[in-house]
Design a protein around this ligand. Structure first.
Ligand code: SF4
Length: 124
């Protein structure tokens, strides 16, 4: 096999570097878009979201967006095994629409499918 010339080597390196750059940029954009996913369905008529200052919600560290969890108070929520812990997967959650549902424990309003609190338990 002939040894590649310096020009061929530089051209190949440039093509690989450029390809990897755009590939990473594309994945980065998709990852960011997925991370920014917010509830898209409207609030169910006549209902309001649970306030995060609701005494029960506060006591359980509830947030409508699980990414806002206080990870100092609840470090276990940051572990890889808890990445699917959202209200939508909780045993206490009853779905109303694609973005909202009722919680059996925090009942002063509706909770986001993307929410979380420390009373989370796996839906069976
Ligand atoms: S108990 Fe479950 S459904 Fe209710 S707020 Fe906590 S995580 Fe969400």
């Amino acid at each position: 096999m002939p040894k590649p010339s310096r020009k061929q080597f530089l051209t190949t390196s440039l093509v690989w570097t450029t390809s990897l750059f755009f590939l990473e940029g594309g994945f980065g954009l998709v990852t960011k878009l997925m991370a920014d996913k917010k509830p898209s369905a409207p609030l169910p008529e006549g209902m309001h979201p649970v306030s995060e200052s609701d005494p029960t919600a506060k006591a359980l560290g509830f947030h409508q967006d699980a990414k806002q969890t206080d990870f100092i108070l609840y470090p276990e929520r940051k572990e890889p095994g808890s990445k699917n812990q959202f209200c939508k997967h909780c045993a206490q959650f009853t779905k109303i629409n694609e973005s909202w549902g009722k919680c059996n424990i925090i009942s002063s309003g509706v909770v986001s499918t993307e929410g979380w609190c420390s009373a989370w338990s796996q839906r069976t």
